[in-house]
Design a protein around this ligand. Structure first.
Ligand code: MG
Length: 163
């Protein structure tokens, strides 16, 4: 029988604020500002989570981890990602690959991309090479270009393997 493949798309944006650690793809990155939000505001993992939930037909991040719930205050998004792994496995989905693009004016993220990919692979129990991380600036334009926010996109392909 032909394998059933499902695709998912994720997107997230958070504002930058003083006095917050910058965490992207589960990696702490030295920077004068960090992303503000209820959890650690890791836009990369939030985009990956929404892509995974989308591929599995399991709704979105806000449904599973509402930002009105004090249980998720300051929580590491790696923990949320691990919980999403369980959700999609329960739905009989195996991840084929994940691709993500970060939009951030600064700092330069080149040196951190392999570590981010590794963090995501580890949290999801995936072999090396399953996750690809890319980063772009916004050419000085708009909210992201002025360094007021960062955003991320993710796409994921999963295969239905049955439960
Ligand atoms: Mg978010």
């Amino acid at each position: 029988m032909r394998p059933v493949m499902r695709v998912g798309l994720g997107y997230d944006i958070h504002r930058l604020a003083d006095g917050r650690p910058l965490v992207l793809g589960g990696i702490a990155i030295p920077h004068p500002k960090g992303l503000s939000g209820h959890s650690d505001a890791d836009v990369v993992l939030h985009a990956v989570i929404d892509a995974l939930l989308g591929a599995a037909g399991a709704g979105d991040i806000g449904q599973h981890f509402p930002d009105t719930d004090p249980a998720y205050r300051q929580i590491s998004s790696l923990e949320l990602l691990r919980r999403v792994r369980a959700i999609i496995e329960q739905r009989g989905c195996a991840i084929a690959n994940i691709d993500t693009t970060i939009l951030a004016e600064e700092p330069n993220l080149s040196a951190y991309k392999p570590a981010m990919a590794k963090q995501i692979e580890t949290a999801l129990g995936l072999p090396g090479g399953s996750v690809n991380v890319k980063a772009h600036t916004f050419e000085g334009v708009g909210l992201i270009g002025r360094g007021e926010a960062m955003a991320a996109y993710a796409v994921v392909l999963v295969q239905e393997v049955g439960r």
